[in-house]
Design a protein around this ligand. Sequence first.
Ligand code: NAD
Ligand code: UDP
Length: 319
Amino acid sequence: MKNLLKKRVLVTGGAGFLGSFLCERLLKEDCDVICMDNFFTGRKANIAHLMDNPFFELMRHDVTFPFFVEVDEIYNLACPASPVHYQFDPVQTTKTSVHGAINVLGLAKRVKAKVFQASTSEVYGDPSVHPQPESYWGNVNPIGIRSCYDEGKRCAETLFFDYWRQNKVRIKVARIFNTYGPRMHPHDGRVVSNFIMQALKGENITIYGDGKQTRSFCYATDLIEGWMRLMATGDDVTGPINLGNPGEFTMIELAENIIELTGSKSKLIYEALPEDDPKQRKPDITLAKEKLGWEPTVPLREGLIKTIEYFDDLLKQPK
Ligand code: NAD
Ligand code: UDP
């Protein structure tokens, strides 16, 4: 009888880096979790420890194709997040964001579920306002190599707000800033995983451009806490709401921290800056503090230590 009373939650992209933390947290909160993934960047290894849980269910499905499940809540995470992966098949990336949003919103409308969108700081593009508040409309190139992701996510936000206005679908939109932690794909090309893997292997650390561009790095469990709080708010709170760690670092500072924490002898080398790479990024989290009473608790070095341990173990595993 007990499971009939559980909240049933669908997580699209649940086998990815952040999805696996979310599924884990939802199971701890006594939810019945359905994880949907097409395994483009996600891995079964990320959720292997959840497979024996009777309240965890795995569905191999591509979010761009319609689906139907009776659920109370939906978290829409399906979308590759690393520039290397989202640029691999840019048309599919836009389809994933846009058709994916249409499919989850259509389902939410039909089953009256609350629906969360994993949006991104990329909606601000290469920002001319710093730090970025939610009221900033952004500076996005619509035809560049990052546009499939940036514009796909912007269009998804548009769809969320139109379904809210037109169909009263209960929406929660989070704009997520760079997040890192264990279970990031070791070869996904993002800066934290790249630098840690390079440092652990004693390879050169690849700084793109002059390394003075900045990012703000949030540890995964801090972010998930923000998601849970946002999902628990009343129907009047729709977002968009920034979630990220306001600590701002240059890529050189990040590399230096990782070299020190790993005790690596790796040297910094400088490579070409990818097109449209944002120069600076830092969230204004005033709204998250006000509406959710949320702010990050894990400082960069503490989070890096846990992430380094994860990649170190991964490298020691037999191939
Ligand atoms: P990830 O690549 O590890 O996870 C994405 C997951 O979505 C993977 O499991 C992948 O297989 C799945 N997926 C991709 N396309 C799909 C499709 N068509 N159908 C079904 N599943 C599909 O990335 P992540 O860092 O865990 O990001 C999760 C979400 O959070 C993404 O939507 C991303 O845009 C958003 N986000 C992440 C960050 C970050 O720094 N990690 C920042 C901003 C936004
Ligand atoms: N970057 C870098 N070396 C790498 C990978 C990334 O210097 O090996 C830089 C990249 O150019 C960007 C920053 O690190 O300025 C963050 O890149 P990431 O791909 O992690 O995320 P995003 O650009 O989407 O914030």
